[in-house]
Design a protein. Structure first.
Length: 201
């Protein structure tokens, strides 16, 4: 989402404390840990994260029908720490139904929270983040993209694949250092070289 900043995930504990519900906490953790779009995360059911014996899977496969553009499914690998969180959450849900939505709304039986409502639910976490910025439900995805890009040796194509982007060009919007950072760096690095050069003109 244009205009949203990458979430400062080093403030994760503070952001999680700002959320009342395990459901909302898991949503934030999963967005950060997988880079899922909010609509993709909210489409998940218990069967996407657990096998038939309710053991948490090593990865989530988001069905093609839930993906932006609906062209292909996407695999999101889960680190052990997130699998532990997911296991605790599924136990908290208290369901044996694999068809149960992962992020249930209170408005109806087996209905998921809407993206708009999710944005409101996560707002306290975004407000708790120490750095000032414009944070949205897309901000965790931007953080994930930048971390993964660095960890994969700045491989743009692999990062694009991990994000479910059809084109690496889309991925560059997540990875740019932002024009403000570039401007600050230029203002810091270059001025002394050009001091006094205006006298030659």
């Amino acid at each position: 989402m244009a205009g949203s900043d990458a979430l400062p995930a080093n403030e994760l504990a503070k952001m999680l404390r700002a959320l009342d519900s395990p459901r909302d906490r898991l949503l934030l953790v999963l967005l950060l840990a997988t880079g899922l779009r909010i609509s993709e995360a909210l489409s998940l059911r218990v069967s996407h994260v657990c096998s038939t014996d309710l053991r948490v899977r090593d990865c989530i496969v988001v069905p093609r029908a839930s993906m932006k553009g609906k062209l292909s499914a996407r695999t999101c690998w889960l680190i052990p720490e997130v699998r532990v969180v997911l296991a605790a959450y599924v136990q908290w849900l208290g369901t044996l139904d694999l068809n149960q939505v992962l992020f249930p709304s209170r408005k109806g039986e087996n209905l998921s929270v809407t993206p708009r409502h999710a944005a409101r639910l996560l707002l306290p976490a975004f407000q708790a983040a120490a750095k000032s910025g414009h944070y949205t439900t897309h901000s965790p995805r931007k953080w994930f993209a930048r971390r993964l890009h660095a960890a994969m040796g700045r491989d743009l194509y692999a990062t694009a694949a991990a994000l479910g982007h059809r084109s690496p060009e889309s991925t560059t919007h997540y990875l740019s250092s932002t024009q403000q950072r570039i401007r600050r760096a230029i203002n810091k690095a270059l001025p002394e070289v050009f001091l006094g050069c205006s006298s030659f003109f």
